[in-house]
Design a binder for this molecule. Structure first.
Ligand SMILES: Cc1cc2nc3c(=O)[nH]c(=O)nc-3n(C[C@H](O)[C@H](O)[C@H](O)COP(=O)(O)OP(=O)(O)OC[C@H]3O[C@@H](n4cnc5c(N)ncnc54)[C@H](O)[C@@H]3O)c2cc1C
Length: 371
């Protein structure tokens, strides 16, 4: 079988025995790491409690962006991830991606101006728009903003379909996908040698924990502490409706977009709002606010709401690195996993197979928490 290069991962030679890697997790992060490892020639077994698509991933707003609120180092990783999505889309045609653009006015005018100035100086394709221009971008806004920022290069990846497409292609290339719960990591002489699933050990040369909110419990079985929080995030979904939105709308009151199947989804923030004491009532209120923001939405109907738990390292930044305190263990847990998935997949594959760490990952090793 011919083996090609993936991103910057060097192609494996056919005569070298392929490394066996177990990836725990079938969300967008596990799926991307699996695809990149498999494409680079590794033998991969995915072990996952959930079906393809994961746990946090199906509840995501799935905005791909390098928007406001982050330091430049993290902005650079996110920008690279946006470029990696385009590379991945060429390698794997049919990924459900849309570069639909984002219209943002969820900050005070002063802060919007500061965001525009900062990100423009960093090279983000950001454009100031007035109400007339906003209506051209989103004709169905009931009250267009006087000032907003538009970033044409932002987009979305329908998250479950993307994870499924990556895993199906990896499977076609030889990856094995097994249903099961990893109870513990198997250890020998300070090195992880595989995983234990329902009392049975499966051996591997290296294990990747891409298990989202389930990651800390698995890592703890090898004495590795993962400082992860899992804040809840609520998103409301309409029934499928004729097209009302062209792209992402990041308004003061809520963030919304229309999915590939025509549902309008919204959260009080893209990361999902706090569902409060009565999640159903909070969802209905949010849905009413969303509907009021749209012209032509008289027939838009509430369908359901989701509450997802975002796997979030306590400082808000990704953990993507080897464990260091034990051998044979790689960690990939992050918020913004939809934005970052192709970069994390490509970089992790290169580090695992070629021992080369991408400089963009420098701030994101687990070891930063030891300091
Ligand atoms: C409401 C909300 C909105 C969001 N909005 C955005 C956004 O707009 N843009 C963005 O980039 N990101 C967003 N995110 C974040 C993003 O969705 C997540 O970072 C991403 O989905 C995490 O993917 P994952 O693969 O790490 O985790 P998951 O999808 O949770 O997958 C974890 C996998 O590990 C498996 N697993 C766990 N424990 C075990 C075990 N012991 N044994 C076997 N398998 C196990 C699970 O079954 C699952 O398959 C949002 C998240 C939420 C919840």
């Amino acid at each position: 079988m011919a083996v090609g290069a993936v991103g910057n991962v060097a192609p494996r030679r056919k005569d070298i025995v392929a490394k066996h890697v177990i990836v725990i997790g079938a969300g967008i992060i596990g799926a991307s790491i699996t695809w990149h490892l498999t494409k680079a020639g590794a033998r991969v077994t995915v072990v996952s409690e959930s079906g393809a698509g994961g746990v946090a991933t199906p509840n995501s707003f799935a905005w791909i962006n390098a928007s406001w609120g982050n330091p430049e180092t993290y902005f650079r990783l996110r920008i690279r991830a946006m470029a990696e999505w385009k590379r991945l889309a060429k390698d794997l045609p049919g990924l459900p991606l849309a570069w639909c653009g984002g219209l943002c006015w969820d900050l005070s005018p002063d802060r919007l101006e500061a965001y525009a100035a900062e990100h423009a100086s960093w090279g983000y394709g950001i454009e100031r728009v007035d109400a007339r221009q906003a209506v051209r971008i989103e004709p169905n806004l009931a009250e267009p903003p006087d000032l907003a920022l538009y970033v044409a290069e932002e987009g979305v990846a329908e998250p479950v379909a993307t994870a499924k497409t990556l895993l199906a292609d990896a499977e076609r290339r030889g990856a094995r996908i097994a249903a099961g719960t990893v109870d513990a990591l198997a250890l020998s002489n300070g090195k992880v040698t595989g995983v234990v699933v329902s009392g049975e050990a499966i051996a591997a040369d290296e294990v990747v924990i891409a298990a989202g909110a389930g990651a800390p419990a698995i890592a703890a079985t090898a004495g590795v502490k993962l400082p992860i929080e899992t804040p809840p995030g609520q998103i409301v979904h309409s029934r499928p409706h004729k097209k009302l939105l062209n792209g992402l709308v990041l308004a003061e009151r809520l963030h919304m977009r229309q999915t590939a199947e025509g549902r309008i989804i919204a959260g009080s923030d893209f990361g999902g709002g706090d569902p409060g004491e009565d999640p159903e009532a909070t969802a209905r209120e949010l849905f009413a606010a969303m509907k009021a923001m749209l012209r032509g939405a008289e027939e838009l109907e509430f369908d359901f709401h989701t509450v997802g738990y975002r796997p979030t390292p306590v400082d808000g930044f990704p953990i993507v690195s080897r464990a260091e305190s034990v051998g044979g263990l790689y960690l990939a847990v992050t918020h913004s996993g939809v934005t970052l998935a192709p970069a994390i997949g490509s970089f992790a594959a290169r580090e695992i197979l070629d021992n080369e760490r991408d400089p963009l990952l420098a701030p994101y090793a687990l070891s930063r928490f030891a300091q």
